[in-house]
Ligand binder design. Sequence first.
Ligand code: MCN
Ligand code: CUM
Length: 786
Amino acid sequence: MTQGLDEIKIGGLGARRRRVEDNRFVRGRGNYIDDIVLPGMLHVEILRSPLAHARIRSIDTSKAWDIPGVRLVLTGEMMATRNLAWMPTLSYDTQAVLATDKVRFQGQEVACVIADDPYIAKDACEAIVVDYEPLPVIVNPTQAVVEGAPLIRDDKENQPDNVIYDWEVGDKAGTDRAFERADVVSKIELHYPRSHPSPLECCGSIADFDRATSKLTVYMTTQAPHIVRAAVALIAELPEHMIRIISPDLGGGFGNKVPVYPGYVMAILASILTERPVKWVEDRSGNLISTGFGRDVYLQGEMALRRDGKILGVRMHTDADHGAFFGDAQPSKFKIGLMHSAFACYDIPAAHLTARGVYTNKAPGGVAYRCSFRVTEAMFFQERMVQAAADDLGIDQAEFRRVNFVRDDDFPHRTAFGFLTDSGQYGKCLDVGLEAVGYQEFLKEKEEARKRGRLLGIGISTMTEPLGAGNSREFDILGIKMFDSAELRVHMTGKAILRTGARTQGQGHETTWAQIVAHELGLPAEDIVVEEGDTDTAPFGMGTYASRSTPVAGAAVSMVARKIRAKARKLAAHLLEVSEEDVEWELGRFYVRSAPDRGVTIQECAMAAYSNMPDGMEPGLEGNAYYDPPNLTWPFACYIVTVEVDPQTGVWDVLNTVAVDDCGVRINPMVVEGQIMGGLTEAYAMASMQFITFDAEGNCVGSNFMDYLLPTAWETPGYELHEVVTPCPHHPIGAKGIGECATVGGPAAFVNAVMDAIKDTGVRNVDMPLLPDRVYEAITQRHDVS
Ligand code: MCN
Ligand code: CUM
């Protein structure tokens, strides 16, 4: 027991290990899609629709064909001859690859040119003449459902209107009864505006079809390479074993790189037709205007309350604007994602949610931007409703949360919407946050400032969120169950390679997975290389989104390492010439129980696996594991923000941001803190400046970084981070997901703070982003601003 390794020194669980991938990233040695150049490669450019809704009368490509260097011009009509004009989406809908009949949003793909270089292709796109007949445009859910609204999806049979789904969950009768018994009913209406994750690197792909071997290799910016392989096999009707999807280094994903985009399909068809590698790389406007966005959901919420502060029931109705094609990547069972995870941290007897999704003349998407399948909207609505209810009751907002929290001894807890939360210490997290921000002192300071006409405010957001889809009983995408995988090969000299079915996009898996192996086997983390993203080498997995990597693939890493350890134990017994039962394990070493000095290292076992195995044992030290989690993981977060609002201008400044996160056991605290800081910055961005809007004609406002704002280091506030650790009871190392927590829980803290500061005006809500002119209007006109 005395010779075990120091876990932190070998880079195991809990080590603040520096991110190994940053070695190449900060040196400019990353290998992103646009860095890849194949011999003889051609380039695709896409012609996009300038109109949001129009019938296509004709497309004349003859001038484009005449331009020297142009190899191919594709239109929807030509795609249709190969049955590729439409493709299935990840939500059982169809999406146009290239428009045939109509265009349905501004920026939709209408034609594409494949040429020797991207500039020729771009010029040739401009030479294509499209004759459009404009149609009336729908830009929001209200317009979508009015009598006589133009039908957007007239391509579909059995689609008489613009409604995609009407869905409900929860206990309607029980909730109605709760409202009958209520002393107070608190109501709020909100819009979570459309935003965009805008990763540093836009989307792109290189398709390389080899006629001689019939093999199609596609380099692609994707968060889920194996799902794409399945999708390509189905869409292009190619044999799956002849398709290889390689996801190279990704310059951020944030959910933007989950869907299959038309550009990918065009590059594939173009490569098959030209027998040359074909590259498609999106420009920034193309990315902002046409690819997976976030949110665009309206909420009407009601809370039934007892005078003493107990929540008796909650009613929610949401309207989701999905754009022209229902293209969400989300569990097929849940039509509005995990919206019904709202209120999971509160002990509420009854809840009912109705949700309607509609088509509009806007780009498809909705599930992106650190959203965990719409948990972002759920928690924003929850925490805005909670603040409004506390105000209506005249109860302190922290106290109101505390009396309604699920208690520490009440886990696992079944939520009103039917989820089973696993563990948490909600009251403790809140206490840590209040203490850190100096809650009582701030309330006094606020009162003093008020007397002098200064507007200070404090906003709280507390939430538990479901991270880590599956389990496979409830979670699937297009019928494929949501589990994940890991494969570990320990070489003769004790060095190892680990592969998983996840795909890091910046989260640091190359660093943190090695730490899990170090924890389980005592191999130094630096001796383990981690590889993800190549379907020819990685085990099958569902990819990285919904912060599922740690809960699912990370668990698989633990499990495969334990399998290896079990085999190593047999090897150790053989080397030590004792029976397996007499062998004990400590980090990095097996020893004889009765003689602890007699031992062998894990490296010695690895060598024996190839050079000195016992009779009858299979050689080698390799294995794989598939992990189907018993439940989601439920991290908790408490975010507290203080602000000062300038009543003369509506400008607000963040004074302090405190974050208390409980994501169970932290594999690498530094990586976790990076995730939280990134997430808080996105939360601040959405609360203060980001939204993509459309004018009445469906023109996208926000298709460039002049209109769609990213916070720089200059305006980003500082953060004070704290931690509470409640190990996940069902995860092999007790870890819960963290990747999306701060983006999910953060926005309500910022908005609640500003609303608290201007509470005296009687204003209940200003919709995000809280631009100064909106806040100014609220203060001076004393009405809600949407
Ligand atoms: N981690 C840890 N201890 C824990 C939990 C996580 O050390 N208890 C580490 C993990 O090992 C991993 C990172 O934190 O390195 C994030 O882990 P996890 O919460 O499992 O999330 P995923 O790896 O599945 O990442 C997905 C999540 C999502 S859905 C979006 S969107 C998002 C996000 O991560 N996109 C990102 N964070 C991002 N960060 C970067 N830099 N780039 C993106 O595109
Ligand atoms: Cu919804 S953004 Mo992340 O789950 O890839």
